[in-house]
Write a protein that binds this ligand. Sequence first.
Ligand code: IMP
Ligand code: ZN
Length: 354
Amino acid sequence: MELLDYCRSLPKVELHAHLNGSLSDATVLKLLSAKKQQGDDFSASAEHTHTHTHTHTHTHTLRMFRILHSITDNLDAVRTITQDVIQEFASDNVKYLELRTTPKNIPNKMTKKEYMDTVLEAAVEAMKKSNIRVCLLLSIDRARGVEDAWSTLQLAKEYLTHDVFGSLVCGLDVSGNPHSGDLKDYLPVLQEAQKCGFKLAVHLAEVSSNTETLAVLNSGLVDRIGHGTFIHSDTGGSEELHTVVRKQNLPLELCFSSNIKLGTVKNASHHHLGFWKKENHPVVICTDDKGVFATSLSEEFFLCAQTFHLTEGELHSLCLSGVDAAFLSQVEKQRLRQEVQKELDSLKGKLACQ
Ligand code: IMP
Ligand code: ZN
């Protein structure tokens, strides 16, 4: 099997995917056409921007999110995107998906609870149709302030005792524009979240921010790091940060295309996957925003394999490290590990020499 086909066949685990950033062109066009039918004249310019721009500066990406959010501002659209995104990951042979999204309150359209209920209902429906297990992380947007974070935590707590959704909500994510706000201000919220039993995935050191990153890591609240680009000293982090991450053995969610397209990593061969792989540190390959960065989890595996000359064994280990880092109970992890291992065994020896 050629490398890309092989990556498509791998039984994969996706741990870092933002719902609204994961929309395929097909889904976006479907939603734009629905908006047009409702006589929304904004859609024409949105369509133009979506189909005709391929640059990925931070400013452009923020603009992209504004457009994406404007076409997903109603519960029908939220249901559609959740089902489409889950279906697309399942078609890419993703066995387990942790999908994250920011609950949104849009006056006269939806409350945060309605938004999240709709995502969860759609996830339950999508799981019935495909062989994929999905969990949800509620995202705290660091640009929206601490009050908003408390209300998101309050909503997450309401699901703890829910008979169906209780087992689907597995944690919280902290994301949003890394240049906005200070993560230290959010530590009391994260402390309370941990007390309630939520696992925490935090976007950390996505841009150079040593003081903030060290304070958050020293809180001992983080279960997984998103990006972690500026941690080791070779890339503007520090020995101290590197030591803390090593000591806590925190898995890193690595988003290759996202980092390269946004320019936080100079080029493919400079990606920090190379550094952490040498250290044998737990890393998981993820997409971040497969729609915005025009990628898939298989393509991310392919790019990493090509850049770092990964062997078949190393690709298999990467699939299994996704299982190890999942926010699942030990029993569920064991079940997932068996399923993934079985498919990996059937692929052994099938990768053509690179
Ligand atoms: P949503 O939470 O489903 O609306 O997904 C889009 C949101 O995810 C964006 O508005 C950001 O808050 C967040 N996001 C997506 N990609 C990134 C990233 O690379 N860094 C930080 N936040 C991100
Ligand atoms: Zn992200």
